[in-house]
Design a protein around this ligand. Structure first.
Ligand code: ADP
Ligand code: ADP
Length: 216
């Protein structure tokens, strides 16, 4: 994916990211660091096509998101898995049904869909909990449910907004190891965090944002 001089102003005129240019190679795992308000979520939303740039160009899969029709955006989104802070777990249905949601949207069902859902739950350590209501899960388990839901349709790109926020260090490392395993099967991954010390051990590129711009 590639950003070419991308600026995002929110209504009211506030500039959240300013003139950003960078490239993330297919299959790369990149960290996005910066304090609260630095523009991390905005950058991830621009990649996901949830926000549109005020100026500049966002290319994902060599496609300019701004040039896509409203009808074709969902097809691009299918290749992206999102783990955002507001979990958006549906508490009126089971763990299984929550994870199956992205497959339902694609119209992918049947035995292979079931196998995928159970494999995703197994992958995040929630095997055997599929029939539960998500309220019965701990906070950490709910977060892993979100990760299972984000990867069940095998996206090429995985975007995670502060997935380790409020976690103790061991648990945060478990989550990062999980992302590493997706990286090992070729998924392009962008993980944001305000705590840079966690990222240091992983030897990956770190993009540092401050007031919407990159710092060294
Ligand atoms: P981070 O994820 O690093 O905390 P954000 O991208 O959420 O940063 O926010 C960057 C700046 O943009 C913040 O000052 C925030 O208040 C502002 N901002 C974020 N979303 C909106 C919005 N929808 N409308 C107006 N301002 C926003
Ligand atoms: P499966 O049993 O579905 O073939 P694997 O055992 O290979 O899956 O991997 C376990 C989980 O890892 C999968 O359910 C999926 O959530 C995730 N995964 C595997 N490959 C990919 C991929 N290319 N993109 C995203 N997630 C993947």
């Amino acid at each position: 994916m590639q950003f070419q001089q991308v600026t995002k102003d929110y209504s009211g005129g506030f500039t959240a990211v300013k003139n950003l240019s960078f490239e993330i190679a297919s299959g790369e795992l990149v960290f996005l660091a910066g304090h609260s308000g630095a523009g991390k979520s905005t950058l991830l939303k621009l990649i996901a096509g949830i926000e549109q740039p005020t100026s500049g160009t966002v290319l994902v899969n060599k496609q300019n998101l701004a040039r896509l029709s409203r009808a074709s955006l969902p097809y691009v989104r299918r290749h992206i898995g999102l783990i955002f802070q507001d979990h958006k777990i549906l508490f009126d249905r089971s763990v299984y049904d929550n994870v199956a949601l992205p497959l339902d949207i694609i119209g992918f069902d049947g035995r292979e869909a079931k196998r995928r859902v159970l494999a995703a739950l197994d992958k995040v350590g929630l095997a055997g909990k599929e029939k539960l209501n998500p309220v019965a899960l701990s906070g950490g388990e709910q977060q892993r449910l979100c990760i299972a839901r984000a990867v069940v349709h095998r996206p090429a790109i995985l975007l995670a907004d502060e997935p380790t926020a409020n976690l103790d260090r061991d648990y945060a490392n478990d989550i990062l190891e999980l992302f590493k395993s997706f990286h090992q099967v070729g998924v392009t991954i962008v993980i944001s965090a305000h705590d840079e010390s966690l990222m240091a051990d992983y030897g990956r590129r770190i993009l540092r944002l401050k007031n919407g711009q990159f710092t060294a």
